[in-house]
Design a protein around this ligand. Structure first.
Ligand SMILES: Cc1ncc(COP(=O)(O)O)c(C=O)c1O
Length: 448
């Protein structure tokens, strides 16, 4: 006999803007499985919330991106941007696919080395490199990208001490037409600072310029910005060649390609408006091939894409823990995952799908996290069916940055699992325990 489910009557004010010319938001679909594995079973086995990564999707994305570039330019290497997700298992997947490591701190450098990545396969970026880290990077032959003059002086002193010439790259920031320009990092091009540094290195008896690096921003929706970046880097390469006979070994165009997430400011879903990785590859490779002067040797092209490679392979399974109405009559749904583990909810309208088909009309809701903080809002407006307390909601895409930026705050940080291509589910980071959190605390003797 068919079981009939009681649906409470639902009268909702018509809120303009919820529907667009493509119908209601995608939130009405159900997401019962992730990489073929049942969402309810995952939540029962691993707890809720739980981050779930789809290995097949991650590998496919990497291969697609690599193909987009390597079919357009003969010498391409991807460097996995550790900060996007440095769980060992995740880094290992990218390294297995052929990516080297891009790191920005002693901590990330140590992680790469522990994963067996050799110095020459590590790109060391970032505005703060400790003297010890620089010394280790020099000794191990890492690709060091200078961010500022202090680093330049430190490296020169080190070279003097070690009686050697140190190969270096420099990070350049520039106006590529996007806003805001990322001017915090490296040497500015438009005010001539970058050229001054090139000349300074050219005149140095201890440093040799081998590469130029830029990372123009993140979630850059205009592939043409990369055309500008390549053209400007080539101009710098030409100066290095003409004035100092320095032929650069590589150009590093950084990352910044968007995932298919939807920015709060976007009208249409990200899937419909995000340019494809091929458009970025075409912008970069075409400009490079067309603009490279015949007298310059062809440089290796490095890319440090982060979010575009991993965002879509990550999901967060959450549970509805309570429902209420706000005083102005809005429907509010409270889930067990807050902004402390979903940093990217600040930027994106994360897709929120129930794990089961829920009949009946949906309505607008505000999606709250569980934190005792008024700012703990995951979605200000989400069109949800009539979920019940205990229902699972799957948030997606959440694979970039959230796991590593999760803040230990009020609740435990959740487990992270990886679904392999054969459906095996492995824990790749345990859920935090009270013992983990208190392990680094110390009670002063006088308070015992
Ligand atoms: C130097 C560098 N490279 C690569 C990345 C990865 O950026 P994205 O995730 O936007 O591709 C970042 C992120 O900030 C970065 O600072």
């Amino acid at each position: 006999m068919e079981t009939r489910v009681y649906q409470p009557p639902c009268i909702d004010r018509n809120v303009p803007g919820l529907m667009n010319k493509f119908g209601y938001g995608v939130e009405q679909r159900a997401c019962g499985r992730i990489a073929g594995v049942d969402v309810e079973a995952l939540a029962r086995e691993h707890g809720s919330p739980v981050f779930v990564y789809d290995e097949g999707a991650l590998r496919d994305k990497y291969r697609q991106a690599h193909r987009a570039f390597s079919t357009r330019y003969p010498d391409v290497r991807f460097a996995w941007s550790y900060k996007t997700n440095y769980l060992q298992a995740i880094c290992r997947l990218f390294h297995q696919e052929g990516a080297i490591a891009e790191v920005v701190s002693d901590f990330e450098y140590a992680k790469a080395r522990r994963l067996g990545i050799a110095g020459p396969d590590i790109i060391l970026n970032g505005p703060y490199k400790t003297p010890d880290l620089l010394r280790q990077a020099v000794r191990e032959g890492a690709k060091i990208h200078l961010d500022n003059q202090d680093e330049l002086l430190m490296l020169e002193a080190l070279a003097e001490e070690l009686q050697m010439t140190i190969p270096v790259g420099i990070r350049i920031n520039m106006d590529t037409g996007i806003f805001p320009a990322w001017t915090k990092f490296g040497f500015n091009l438009e005010n001539q600072e970058a050229l001054r540094i090139v000349r300074r290195i050219g005149a140095s008896k201890h440093l040799r310029l081998t590469g130029l690096h830029t990372h123009i921003g993140t979630f850059v929706l205009d592939p043409n910005a990369y055309r500008v970046a390549v053209t400007k880097l080539l101009d710098v390469a030409e100066v290095a060649w003409r004035e100092y006979d320095m032929a650069l070994e590589y150009l590093d165009l950084g990352g910044g390609f968007p995932s298919c997430n939807t920015l709060h400011t976007q009208y249409l879903p990200g899937e419909q408006v995000t340019p494809s990785i091929d458009q970025y590859a075409e912008a970069i490779c075409d400009t490079l091939l067309a603009g490279l002067p015949a007298h310059l040797p062809r440089p290796t092209l490095y890319l440090e894409s982060g979010r575009a490679l991993i965002d879509e392979s990550g999901y967060l399974i959450t549970s509805v823990v309570a429902q209420k109405r706000t005083p102005d009559g809005r429907r509010a749904v409270i889930i067990d995952a807050g902004v402390n583990i979903l940093y990217t909810a600040n930027w994106y309208r994360l897709r929120t799908l129930p794990a089961r088909d829920i009949p009946g009309p949906g309505s607008d809701a505000i999606l709250y996290g569980p934190l005792c903080m008024n700012i703990d809002v995951i979605r200000e407006h989400v069109h949800l069916p009539q979920v019940r307390t205990g229902d699972r909601l799957v948030l997606h895409p959440v694979g970039a940055y959230n796991v590593v930026q999760s803040m230990q705050f009020i609740t435990y940080r959740p487990r992270v699992v990886l679904v392999g291509q054969d459906g095996t589910v492995d824990v790749i980071r345990e859920r935090e325990t009270l013992a983990d959190v208190e392990a680094m605390e110390r009670m002063p003797e006088r308070l015992v």
